[in-house]
Design a protein around this ligand. Structure first.
Ligand code: AMP
Ligand code: ZN
Length: 475
């Protein structure tokens, strides 16, 4: 299949044209959530951009099979086998069993995905479904001499590989090898600093809830083994694209490659797609910080989750993105204006096939050019204001929405239907005032900014400046 789909491959550090193992087909794997808590909107940034990648590949004609694991066992609070067991932590916090916690947060994750128009992967596999496969892979790794038993656990021996740090430059490799040995929890059973656990029997967690029989005693799997096994089980010996957030590059994806290639005896996955982090004003958003932003919280504050999707699409996936309510407000205002304009288009007449092809090509080029989603959104605006009939515009917009999933041709109608309601009008008015106040502050016109705050207060609306931007509440 001829195509020009290109994206940045972390492995080769280059933007490469996709050439799958089997012509026309793509096997794509995504590291799924660790289901001990709600996903935060940073996690969901990764899933939104991976969704656009999948839909972009389908858009240019690939037959994509997408697989995702659900981490419901084995993930410790440090990605390098130290700290608390995340699932156990969730169960203790909520006085539930680990499996109840896993089910609850798996459902919550897919509900968030639904609200953000993220397609459910073709295969979703919880780690606890695949214990037999993990045991088999570990047995093979032991047989082949890539693994060893020590102190009751089974470890992967990274010294057996010529190049363990596959994603790193020469300088980074040196730093990683030397390492900083200030980790008080350093595991004395490890032969090499970067060795990692394949199977735990000597658990630090006496009350570890989930345990299975294995040739090495009753225990549970390490975190990394699940993605190698679930990937190979569902996509075969060759995977085309593996995705995750940038924090997964080391050690998680590095360890996945070590295990999979040692097990298979040949290269495993060619393209590695990593999404940069969403940060708040204090740094990387993370679940362990406790206080994090969720889709439900955005909804409680009156945002349409799809506006958050648009917020993500307006930045490039390889750049860090800072979240603020101010920016989200601006994006939502722009989004509402856009979809209302689209709702006013008349679904009549004939499609102008020449104009359709011309704009489709520009849009396709943007998506194929390392997922340039902000350019793709510019093309949406260009179509709306272009000199062509409404029917052609509508056809183009619904065609683009196969990739963008912004409800471009349906959201405006809904908004217009609702706009009779006082609440929506009031919300719009408040959002306008907040934007006006931000502009006044930027221009150092503090008197005007204060006047706007007072004006809102006189209408029973208090605004508050927070780390993430301005929020409002009724008083
Ligand atoms: P977890 O549920 O912690 O296993 O993470 C799920 C996914 O979210 C992984 O692909 C992570 O790499 C990704 N991730 C974690 N934190 C962030 C963040 N702040 N911004 C974007 N992606 C993230
Ligand atoms: Zn993974």
């Amino acid at each position: 299949m001829e195509n020009k789909f290109r994206f940045y491959n972390t492995m080769t550090r280059e933007v490469e044209t996709v050439i799958p193992h089997e012509d026309g087909k793509i096997g794509m794997y995504t590291c799924g959530p660790t289901v001990y808590h709600f996903a935060h909107i940073g996690n969901l940034r990764s899933y939104i951009m991976e969704d656009v990648l999948e839909k972009g590949l389908r858009y240019v004609g690939y037959d994509v099979k997408r697989v995702m694991n659900i981490t419901d066992v084995g993930h410790l609070s440090s990605d390098a086998d130290t700290g608390e067991d995340k699932m156990l932590k969730g169960a203790k916090r909520e006085h539930k069993t680990v499996m109840e916690v896993a089910q609850y947060y798996t459902d919550a994750f897919f509900e968030d995905c639904r609200k953000l128009n993220i397609k459910r992967p073709d295969v979703v596999e919880p780690a606890t479904n695949c214990i037999a496969e993990f045991i088999h892979m570990i047995e093979v790794l032991l047989e082949k001499g890539y693994a060893y038993q020590a102190g009751g656990n089974v470890y992967f021996d990274t010294s057996k590989l010529e190049d363990y740090f596959v994603f790193s430059s020469a300088v980074e490799k040196e730093q990683l090898q030397v390492g900083v040995r200030d980790d008080v929890e350093e595991d004395v059973n490890k032969r090499n600093k970067n060795d990692f656990v394949l199977w735990f029997t000597k658990s630090k967690f006496e009350d570890q809830a989930l345990k299975w029989e294995s040739p090495w005693g009753v225990g549970y799997p390490g975190w990394h083994i699940e993605c190698s096994c679930i990937g190979i089980k569902n996509l075969g010996e060759y995977m085309d694209i593996h995705c995750g957030g940038v924090d997964n590059i080391f050690p998680h994806h590095t360890n996945e490659i070590a295990q999979s290639e040692s097990f298979l005896g040949h290269p495993w996955c060619h393209y590695w797609f990593h999404v940069n982090h969403l940060n708040d004003q204090t740094g990387k958003m993370s679940k362990s910080k406790g206080d994090f932003l969720t889709v439900s919280l955005l909804e409680e504050k009156g945002y349409d989750p799809v506006a958050y999707r648009m917020f993500c699409l307006q930045s490039h996936y390889r750049k860090p993105l800072v979240f603020s309510y101010e920016n989200l407000n601006n994006v939502e205002l722009a989004y509402e204006k856009l979809v209302k304009k689209i709702a006013a288009l008349k679904d009549e007449g004939e499609v102008d096939s020449k104009a359709f092809a011309e704009y489709k090509e520009i849009f396709t080029d943007a998506i194929c050019n390392d997922l340039n989603t902000s350019m793709a959104i510019t093309v949406v605006y260009d179509v709306v204001k272009a000199d062509m009939n409404d029917k052609t515009k509508l056809e183009l917009l619904s065609d683009f929405d196969q990739v963008l999933s912004l409800n471009l041709t349906t959201a405006g109608k809904k908004l217009l239907e609702e706009s009779g309601s006082v609440d929506t009008e009031l919300e719009q008015y408040i959002k306008d005032k907040i934007a006006e106040r931000a502009a006044a502050k930027k221009a150092k016109d503090f008197a005007k900014a204060d006047a706007i705050r007072e004006e809102l207060l006189s209408k029973g609306i208090a605004i508050k400046d927070t780390r993430e931007g301005v929020i409002w509440e009724r008083v």
